[in-house]
Design a protein around this ligand. Structure first.
Ligand SMILES: [Zn+2]
Length: 282
């Protein structure tokens, strides 16, 4: 029997757990083989003092956290592309010649080729990546999104007989209602929703401005336990945050995960799928 295969193309160790930590086990329960591209080693993530010193480098720590998350998110395989984490826009690290964002700007074909290699090996029918704003504007998220779309388009354009072609491309997004509530809550607490997060570099207003239409909503409420376990593994990146949100609130806000269908592009912007493999030919 032909297997259903889904490839997630993301940038850092933690993107998979925070962003899709409930969707991955749902897909696996549905019999899908889920693969992950993690383009960087998370070299420049901020690490709390109590976790510093246990590993030689931040990348070692971040990769050990990804290994922990893999116990819960049972990827068929994980492809590390080995780029250097770029940090936030304008930072010194984003100009490092090995950083994903620098390489995307100067050698986009190299990054695209790395994604293409994985796609040709795995042959996923469905590919998931960030939206065009890279979720919250992180340059590495934007770089891997661009490279993934370019690789997908390249395979679509190939006309080799019996050649492999991926069938569907989706962006994973944030729920609009949740973002609106976060902005409201931030204002009520006297915080600036344009400067949130530990590094004050998350602009929720801009995230909301860049949100894309949702065409698929998949039910994930049965997988909150796995989502919490996988997220907790990324302790250096505040992995306990999700567990602090009450279950009731999560059930209200996150019981379904939305995706934007980029290919094939829907004729109208409305939710018409609850399964990313709808209409996929095996
Ligand atoms: Zn990330």
């Amino acid at each position: 029997m032909k297997r259903r295969r889904l490839l997630i193309s993301y940038a850092h160790p933690d993107d998979e757990s925070f962003g899709l930590g409930a969707a991955v086990p749902k897909w696996i329960d549905d019999g899908v083989d889920v693969y992950l591209i993690c383009a960087t080693n998370g070299d420049v993530g901020t690490v709390p003092e109590d976790l510093q010193g246990r590993y030689a480098t931040v990348a070692d720590l971040r990769l050990s956290e990804l290994a922990c998350a893999r116990q819960y998110l049972k990827f068929k395989d994980v492809f590390m592309l080995g780029y250097r984490d770029s940090g936030m826009p304008g930072s010194e690290t984003s100009r490092h010649p090995d950083s994903l964002c620098y390489l995307w700007q100067h050698q986009p074909e190299r990054v695209t080729e790395d994604v293409l290699k994985v796609m040709r090996q795995v042959k996923p029918q469905v590919v998931v990546t960030f939206n065009r704003y890279g979720g919250y504007g992180h340059p590495d998220h934007i770089a891997i999104q661009r490279a993934t779309v370019r690789a997908f388009d390249c395979l679509q354009a190939e006309s080799a007989p019996n050649g492999y072609k991926p069938q569907k491309l989706y962006y994973a997004g944030f729920p609009k209602l949740t973002l609106r509530l976060q902005i409201l809550m931030a204002r009520l607490k006297g915080q600036n929703p344009r400067h949130m997060g530990r590094n004050e570099d998350i602009n929720i207003v801009k995230i909301l401005d860049h949100i894309e239409p949702v065409h698929a909503r998949i039910p994930i409420a049965d997988y909150f336990d796995v989502w919490e376990q996988a997220s907790r593994c990324h302790a250096s990146q505040g992995g306990g945050r999700i567990t602090r949100t009450s279950r009731l609130l999560r059930r209200l806000l996150y019981s379904k995960q939305g995706f934007t269908r980029v290919y094939p592009r829907p004729a109208r912007d409305r939710v018409d799928e609850d399964d990313l493999f709808a209409d996929v030919l095996l």
